[in-house]
Design a protein around this ligand. Sequence first.
Ligand code: GTP
Ligand code: MN
Ligand code: MN
Length: 484
Amino acid sequence: EKPGLELAVVSVPSYACQRHTPLLHHNITLTDALSILADNAELGENEGRGVAFRRAAALLKSLPQEVRGAEQLRGLPCLGEHSLRVIKEVLEDGVSHEVETTTHSEQFKAMKALTGIFGVGAKTADRWFREGIHTPSDLQRSGHTLNRAQRAGLQYYDELNLPVTKSEAVAIGQIVESAVHAVLPGAEITLIGGFRRGKQTGHDVDFLITHPDEGREEGLMPKVVSWLEAQGFLLYQKTTGNSYLESKEGPARPASNMDRFERCFSIFRLSTDNEGRENQTGRENQTGRENQTGREIQTGREIQTGREIQTGREIQTGREIQTGREIQTGREIQTGREIQKGREIQTGDGPQTYSPTLTNTDPHTHSDSPHPLPQTLVVVGDHAQKVSWVLGHSQCSGPRSWRAVRVDLVVSPYSQFAFALLGWTGSKLFERELRRWAVHEKAMTLSSHALYDRKRTQYLRASSEEEIFAHLGLEYIPPCDRNA
Ligand code: GTP
Ligand code: MN
Ligand code: MN
């Protein structure tokens, strides 16, 4: 009657990097509940607690079948007392009281909404929350001085909280390729992050750039950024230089998990209609890049259905699909970001463009009402300017033919490429587990730059991810199974 009792006797290794964790798994209800508690712990800056919930969720994601009863969990690692309690509650009652309380809490909703603004972390969001700022529009009204990232985050709030589709990622990839090849022929561009793990949507698009002739990649990022900027592809960018070489600590003892590659956090302006694509930037004619443009038209097709998408009907339908599902699963506040976290199969055919209309597009608030939210509703008189962030542009001048997309670019020297690739493919928990395994089980230090053997006091070279897993004494886990 209860298939899967044998789970209890199956031995499951305790580090996520020892397990295969596919994108689609059998325990979504349980992992969603745990991930809300993890989010809440992280928003409360209780990292340890957050990791405990994430490890428990990752364990469930790796199981070969659905857990039906708590007795099936006996002997499994990674399940702490608290996580077990939540799992049992969900298995028995369908919901966890703690999860329900959390998702309905004003603080949690506000923290999710505020940290959903690009450039806003938990600390800042908490400070604002305690000042009575609960939503992006509260923030807009508050007159707070915002930094450049936060201003862009507020301006493009809705769009940046809409999942980026795979085809949008491909279109961005072609732009990045054009830019990189224009300034450094022979450079190699690799799609990393969630899309490399097989996700169909993401909160951003991540690329790793290198060149087979070591040294040629030095100083590449500013050139790429200049090219993109000149073509009108960038709405925002912040480039940080390579500080690895100057660092006194050496790679074995990184100051933090932040690595030191040349890196660019950006917001791209991606064209979303066919007509617009012919001159993606509006300046293509000047530069005569017909080839590039032609390719974009072909590959962009799925997402670039042009006018229809902008009619508002499509958009509403999209939202309803999302909303309906959220209601079904009883997780009203989870849109946008949450959807990106492992429910791609359901969202793959979801809305594929931003909403330029005045619908409820706030992804962090209850969607169980068919009525738009107040802050997105009122666009009259004095309010017109104040709610302009909802539209993602400063004038209410009708539909627009592009959307904003978060893009991360990283440049790595060729000799570090395998480490960078492994370190930037994720998932975040998988990476954390790899480093924990290296330190505790192998007396090694792993970073996105290198692997250091502390017993043999030497760096271990690798030109592929497979070699790194081998150095670590781990079975090779392919990207699609790193969705811990
Ligand atoms: P979505 O973007 O939400 O779809 O998921 P994702 O897995 O792509 O997440 P994200 O883009 O945030 O990060 C991609 C990978 O890069 C993850 O494995 C992160 O751990 C890693 N990463 C992000 N920021 C840094 C950083 O500053 N240093 C290093 N070394 N890795 C980072
Ligand atoms: Mn990503
Ligand atoms: Mn990223």
